[in-house]
Design a protein around this ligand. Structure first.
Ligand SMILES: Cc1cc2nc3c(=O)[nH]c(=O)nc-3n(C[C@H](O)[C@H](O)[C@H](O)COP(=O)(O)OP(=O)(O)OC[C@H]3O[C@@H](n4cnc5c(N)ncnc54)[C@H](O)[C@@H]3O)c2cc1C
Length: 462
């Protein structure tokens, strides 16, 4: 147990001054830390990598950091090459990739960074892109979790539908840590695979003409649209068969092949700098000092990023380094609403001349049945708006949120928004959520101000 200290999240949008910090060495240690805090009447929250923009982590009670609970506990292989893998909850995704790769395995889809912990990522519904490939919580088939009395429970997808264990599982695989502290996660993983990434600048109008065609034009399609311009950088990743990956590797052997490899690495470095790192930071600083230059800078960025193709292990293609700090709001929309939403955002940006040097990101997901998934029950397009950490974000985000709400949008649980449980009731089974919480956490040990706001209190009614 350590002395209290101020905690701040990555996006510098929220902070906490917990009474106590616990960094348990193992699950038994975690159980006793939770149970003794609960006995003393303290609230308990877990922290992952602090990459949520909402105050999902914040507590004035006990903050639990699971950094020592990392690594793979068990691998159960199936004949078709897939496997169920038990992973300790505090494992960072970038670490997990390598642990899985050593077993010839991989997660089937990922978001665009891998700094998060596994438990933190699933708790807020972290997702990547893919018209047929859903988010991380959908890859979870079971969990071990520590309740307010310190008891460890195992819940999973194998419990009969509608049973208390199945309901507890549903809320634990995406539920903002309101059912307890997750100590281990069972993931459904696939044989390791490679991706071919094609990046191409497109006129935004070409995407909007037929959104469905773009969303399904690759296994994993997404784009970055530069505000104030009509251009987008499209990114389309396709999964390669083992033979295709081997052919590509053969093409990279020999002198010519190695030279092509060096050119690719240089290009990757340059584009990474332009879109997410050093040069991009410089452009954002310029926009902060002279907001009037923003549209011009966006035009330059959108033209500087050209077409390129890369091939690599799935996690290297899915995930990027993001060294420039920003704030973000992201909404999940019915896919059919995307074109109108983008046109509305464009119209507002042109009317207001708001300086926004960060691109707008568009991604896709299929419908799923996870209770609190933002893609629950509908074909989804995600639209994320960002703002550089040193520039004001409120006007831009408020305008964007109004557009998203008019299109029946659902906010990402880990990104900035102003929705409350009363608003979210039409999208999610919040009465069931309250009932399950009442059973597993009757005294509300795992609540905080954010969970009260977005899920309501644990109990029979909201
Ligand atoms: C640069 C950046 C890029 C991002 N990219 C994406 C993206 O591509 N796709 C996407 O969907 N999101 C993305 N996000 C959002 C991010 O994935 C989520 O906010 C995620 O929850 C962060 O994980 P974390 O480990 O930092 O968790 P934290 O933010 O620390 O915690 C998140 C929630 O999980 C709970 N929690 C953590 N550990 C446990 C545990 N062991 N048991 C129970 N509850 C727990 C916390 O209490 C909190 O409620 C991004 C965020 C940033 C800053």
């Amino acid at each position: 147990m350590s002395e209290p200290r101020l905690w701040e999240n990555w996006g510098r949008t929220t902070a906490a001054a917990p009474a106590r910090l616990a960094v348990p060495r193992d699950e038994a240690d975690l159980s006793s830390a939770v149970a003794s805090a609960a006995r003393e009447g303290l609230h308990v929250r877990a922290v992952g990598a602090g990459h949520s923009f909402t105050p999902a982590v914040v507590t004035d009670g006990l903050l639990v950091d699971l950094q020592h609970l990392r690594g793979i506990e068990a691998v159960e292989r199936r004949h078709d090459g897939t496997a169920r893998v038990t992973v300790r909850a505090g494992t960072r995704l970038y670490h997990l990739h390598h642990l899985l790769a050593a077993h010839g395995l991989a997660m089937t889809n990922l978001g665009d960074i891998d700094r998060q912990t596994l438990a933190g990522a699933i708790a807020t519904g972290t997702h990547g892109t893919g018209a047929r490939h859903g988010g991380l919580s959908g890859q979870v088939s079971g969990l071990r979790l520590v309740g307010p009395d310190g008891a460890v429970r195992q819940v999973g997808v194998d419990a009969p539908p509608g049973s208390p264990d199945r309901e507890l599982f549903e809320l634990s695989r995406l539920g903002l840590g309101t059912t307890g502290v997750v100590s281990a996660v069972e993931l459904e993983v696939v044989p390791a695979f490679w991706l071919r990434a094609r990046e191409e600048p497109w006129p935004m109008g070409r995407v909007l003409e037929d959104v469905e065609a773009f969303a399904t034009s690759a296994d994993h399609a997404e784009l970055y649209w530069f505000p104030g311009t009509r251009r987008a950088l499209t990114m389309r990743n396709d999964r390669l068969s083992p033979d295709e990956a081997a052919d590509w590797a053969t093409g990279r052997s020999g002198l010519k092949g190695r030279l092509r490899g060096v050119r690719q690495e240089a290009r990757d470095l340059l584009d990474g700098e332009l879109l997410s790192n050093g040069v991009f930071e410089l452009a954002n600083r310029l926009a902060t000092a002279a907001p009037g230059l923003t549209r011009g800078l966006n035009r330059v960025s959108s033209r500087a990023l050209g077409a390129r193709e890369r091939v690599g292990p799935s996690y290297e293609i899915f995930c990027h380094r993001r060294r420039v700090r920003f704030r973000e709001m992201e909404y999940a929309l019915p896919r059919a609403a995307l074109a109108d939403v983008v046109r509305e955002l464009d119209a507002w940006l042109r009317r207001s001349s708001e300086p926004v040097p960060f691109p707008v990101e568009v991604r896709f997901a299929p419908p799923d049945d996870v209770w609190l998934s933002t893609a629950r029950g509908r074909e989804t397009a995600y639209v994320a708006v960002h703002q550089y950490v040193r520039m004001p974000h409120r006007r831009w985000f408020a305008a964007a949120e109004a557009v998203f709400l008019a299109a029946d949008g659902r906010p990402h649980w880990g990104k900035l928004h102003h929705r409350t449980a009363a608003d979210l009731l039409e999208h999610y089974p919040l009465h069931d959520v309250a009932r399950v919480r009442r059973t597993v956490d009757p005294d509300g040990v795992f609540r905080n101000g954010y969970t009260d706001a977005v899920l309501g209190l644990p109990g029979p009614s909201l």
